[in-house]
Design a protein around this ligand. Structure first.
Ligand code: GLA
Length: 674
């Protein structure tokens, strides 16, 4: 019997403090931004022509481009056509595992992989698309059509485009990605593409070199066009990767994943820049891709920027350097540094501009819901998972958290808002009336735990499991968090301190990014504090991950090694809703579905919301063509949103930052630039 009636635990959710975004996007149609078209003539930096083309080591630019390149229209460029030269100096807190993105390796984040990868469709820039025309932009897939019954989708790939080493890009690259990486259960591509990400039973086949055909179980699942964008459908260079894959070699899966370590230079890409230099804990340098397949309206091959730097430092240093002008770019997202960053960039002579957007950064405490053996828990961890699956337990944890205090411990002022969990207040599908909020109430939390038989039997201040469960020992729960980010560990420490009041001992398991990601995706955690991904912000990006719609798509509830999930009844409802959402494109119906989703999610405290706040884009003032109102995070991160291949530095503002001026990437696996 519950000692506290449920309705008394819920309460009025305070509205988030007003915080106006500092700039608004200009809303346009996709066709205002780009088209595919052959132009009468093409251009490239003079030094590429004189040093490479005229020397006979590189074909003329017109021969390197596809038949009809992707053309960015000048009228949509905030500062018009650009000029070549200069560098964007990024600073990142991650470290590269290697270059095998589709084999599951991280390149260190912060925009490296975003700049190297091109995907079938593109969604980052959609923040600037008119709401009633919202759909993914064509990219590697230049057009597509649906069969009459809506179950088949035929896509046309750009024709005649090449990888950065000159090898043709075609459907073989797409099919290698799909067959040997997504469908192969031994491979886990970075960013989590699985077969179910595209709908259970979906198949893909190549019709010819430039045509592919999807077959779906449902009619018109246009939603999957979003899944075909970053980071879930970005093929790798099959001519390089395939020979290392176990299906085509004697390699093990581990050897495949690790076959292209960070020292391997000039890995072929379809993106605008190719890695040419790597110095551990120092820097990664990328140079322009001479085969890049996008141009401006005057026929200048993109990118305008010749070089990209990624200083291997910390994420907090990214903010500091961007504000100081020794770095060029930051997604200001760690609330602890907001006050200082704002103060310094308010100066008229500040080298960088700083612009806040909507509240799209949010943190949640996620509990491991798999009681099925995922991650091989011992008896203590198994007992914790049983608790995690108990609604009274989740209620107790939620109401024992003082969210106001948690937010203010990061930064004071109007930034942070109480986050009850589920969809963010600033997103299109949010409905306050469908959001169930459980306010802070420590006494009621204690009563709930007493009711669950979790009492301190040995008088040491920590509650014990009931006799017969996990040896009746202290209730100890580990919390996994990413130590690359102060915000992640600060929030986790806040949770630890507040749980102590409740008599639960939470133990920090703070791991560096890659190790954290590996523990998380292999189910080795009791709880985790996470900065949430695009599904909670955009709903239409990463939608399959809104519920355990497949064995490996959800972040805190996955199948065991037999592929079996153990969904709770309310999770089944969420899965049904998410599948319904995917199978309709009727906006009114979608809004209703998401109201139900939000109510069931928050009523059941599927994850424990912590805080949500806005982020700010910091970019050095010398860069041009930065679109107004670019959010640091929405469908994707700002590194994609601002269309970096179109960004340039006016000639009179160019700095002397290039480390390898007038060079191009060398041969794959060879030494650096040539
Ligand atoms: C990291 C950073 C983000 C963004 C992404 C890009 O997660 O914290 O701000 O740069 O990388 O992948």
């Amino acid at each position: 019997m519950l000692a506290v009636p449920a309705q008394e635990l819920t309460g009025e959710l305070p509205d988030p403090p007003d915080f106006a975004a500092q700039s608004e996007p200009i809303f346009v149609s996709i066709s205002d931004i780009m088209e595919y078209r052959a132009l009468p003539e093409y251009h490239e930096p003079d030094w590429v022509t004189s040093k490479y083309v005229e020397a006979g080591t590189l074909p003329p630019v017109a021969e390197r481009l596809p038949k009809e390149p992707l053309v960015y229209k000048a009228a949509n460029m905030p500062d018009g056509l650009g000029v070549y030269g200069d560098t964007m100096r990024h600073v990142i807190g991650g470290r590269p595992e290697g270059w095998n993105y589709i084999g599951g390796q991280s390149q260190g984040w912060g925009g490296i992989d975003i700049g190297m990868s091109e995907c079938l469709t593109r969604t980052g820039p959609l923040f600037t698309i008119k709401a009633d025309e919202l759909e993914p932009m064509p990219n590697l897939a230049r057009s597509w059509e649906w069969s009459e019954d809506g179950k088949e989708l035929t896509m046309h790939l750009i024709e005649g485009a090449k990888w950065s080493d000159g090898d043709p890009f075609d459907s073989e690259d797409v099919m290698f990605f799909w067959n040997d990486n997504v469908l192969d259960p031994n491979v886990s591509p970075l960013n989590g593409a699985t077969p179910e990400s595209f709908g259970a039973g979906t198949t893909l086949e190549a019709i010819d070199a430039y045509t592919i055909k999807w077959t779906f179980q449902q009619a018109f699942p246009t939603q999957y066009l979003y899944t075909m964008a970053y980071g879930t459908f970005c093929p790798g260079p099959s001519h390089i990767l395939k020979p290392a894959h176990p299906n085509y070699s004697d390699n093990t899966y581990d050897q495949y994943k690790n076959a292209f370590p960070p020292e391997y230079m000039n890995i072929p890409v379809m993106g605008a820049w190719v890695p040419v230099e790597y110095r551990p804990d120092d820097i990664i340098v990328l140079r322009r891709n001479p085969y890049y397949w996008k141009v401006d309206e005057a026929g200048h091959q993109l990118p305008y920027l010749d070089e990209m730097h990624y200083r291997l430092s910390t994420w907090a240093d990214r903010d500091v350097q961007a504000v100081a002008g020794s770095g060029d770019f930051s997604n200001l997202e760690q609330a602890e540094s907001y006050v200082e960053a704002l103060r310094r960039s308010a100066d008229d002579n500040a080298p960088a501009r700083l612009q806040f957007g909507a509240r799209t950064i949010g943190y949640a405490l996620q509990m491991n819901f798999s009681a099925n053996g995922w991650g091989q828990p011992d008896d203590r961890a198994q007992a914790v998972r049983e608790l995690n699956r108990n609604l009274d337990f989740r209620k107790a944890v939620t109401i024992a958290l003082d969210r106001q205090r948690l937010g203010e411990s990061l930064v004071r002022g109007p930034f942070t808002a109480i986050y009850p969990g589920g969809l963010y207040a600033g997103t299109a599908y949010y409905d306050k009336a469908s959001t169930v909020y459980y306010p802070y109430n420590l006494d009621a939390a204690k009563t709930l735990l007493d009711g669950l038989g979790l009492v301190d039997t040995d008088g040491n201040g920590v509650r014990n499991f009931p006799a017969g469960t996990a040896g009746g020992r202290d209730v100890e729960i580990t919390v996994l968090a990413n130590s690359d980010y102060g915000t992640d560990t600060n929030l986790a420490e806040g949770v630890i301190a507040q749980m102590e009041q409740l008599g639960i001992r939470v133990i920090a398991n703070f791991q560096q990014g890659t190790a954290r990601d590996n523990m998380s995706t292999s189910g080795q955690f009791d709880w985790q504090v996470v900065r949430q991904t695009a599904e909670m912000v955009s709903i239409v990006q990463n939608t399959a991950a809104l519920a355990p719609t497949g064995p490996r798509v959800h972040s805190f509830h996955r199948a065991n090694s037999d592929g079996a999930l153990d969904l709770l009844p309310f999770e089944e409802e969420l899965v049904t809703l998410v599948n319904k959402f995917v199978s309709t494109s009727d906006n009114a119906e979608r809004a209703e579905i998401m109201k139900d989703y939000q109510r069931i999610f928050t009523e059941n405290i599927y994850s424990v919301g912590l805080t949500q706040y806005p982020g700010a884009l910091i970019i050095n003032k010398r860069f041009a063509n930065i679109p107004a109102g670019a959010p640091i995070f929405m469908f994707n991160w700002a590194e994609d949103n601002i269309i970096r291949e179109r960004v340039f530095v006016p000639a009179d503002a160019q700095g002397n930052h290039e480390l390898h001026p007038q060079t191009l990437p060398g041969a794959p696996g060879g030494a650096g630039p040539v």
